[in-house]
Design a binder for this molecule. Structure first.
Ligand code: DC
Length: 226
């Protein structure tokens, strides 16, 4: 399949498998993959470690804004880096998951992440996943996908992922965290999670990754005639 130089924007709820899908797309179509959630998680880890967010999620916005000027957050061989330190494991912890949505409501943080994404995704042939890629970061993306799935199925997937990494998690806590994040992500003032008008909905509650790739190839072939 000869896929043209396009940007693929994947948005949707937490734990719908956006990043797994985006990674496979990148591999199979030889596209660059950019994980926008990882950048929000990286800023969150940075804020926790440097005292810009308290246990009750009060954020020192001016302090964080100033500190972000020096924050070297980027992608590399192991995933996400702060300077030369790989933080891929830390940014996936429940401690970061519990604070990332409040951090992602801060307009200055969103502007910081948007700038990075636009810089990293300058060339075409990029697949990006997040909450506002098709609506805000790359509104001109040629292909926009909005992913959704049943909340309990999503919680089970996330819990399995965390258990595989050795985290001792309880399904109720994971479901609660997901629902809180869905709510905050969809109700924040700046760039809330919404489906772009021209996005195609993919409900993958009962789909395997292979089913999703078959679906994607059919969409690409229909839309771009390849
Ligand atoms: O996709 P994820 O679970 O790694 O995302 C982590 C958080 O980052 C999520 O709760 C909302 C936020 N996020 C966002 O607000 N906008 C994006 N484009 C990507 C993620």
């Amino acid at each position: 399949m000869q896929v043209p130089d396009i940007i693929i924007a994947i948005d949707g709820y937490s734990s719908t498998g956006k990043s797994s899908f985006a990674k496979i797309i990148a591999k199979e179509l030889s596209f660059l993959y950019l994980d926008s959630g990882a950048l929000y998680r990286g800023v969150t880890l940075f804020a926790i470690e440097n005292g810009y967010i308290s246990d009750d999620c009060t954020i020192d916005v001016p302090g964080l804004e100033k500190a972000m000027e020096e924050l070297d957050l980027h992608f590399g061989p192991c995933g996400t880096y702060i300077g030369d330190r790989c933080v891929e494991a830390e940014i996936r912890s429940l401690a970061v998951a519990g604070k990332v949505s409040p951090i992602a409501t801060v307009p200055q943080v969103r502007a910081f992440v948007d700038r990075k994404l636009r810089e990293f995704g300058k060339g075409k042939r990029v697949v990006m996943d997040g909450r506002d890629i098709g609506t805000t970061v790359f509104p001109n993306a040629e292909l926009k996908i909005f992913m959704t799935a049943d909340p309990m199925i999503r919680a089970e997937r996330r819990a399995a992922e965390m258990r595989a990494k050795g985290d001792d998690v309880n399904i109720e806590d994971v479901l609660k965290n997901l629902q809180e994040r869905d709510y905050i992500d969809s109700h924040r003032e700046t760039s809330p999670l919404t489906q772009a008008e021209d996005a195609i909905v993919l409900d993958n509650s009962h789909m395997t990754m292979e089913d999703q790739m078959v679906w994607l190839r059919a969409v690409i072939s229909e839309r771009f005639g390849c």
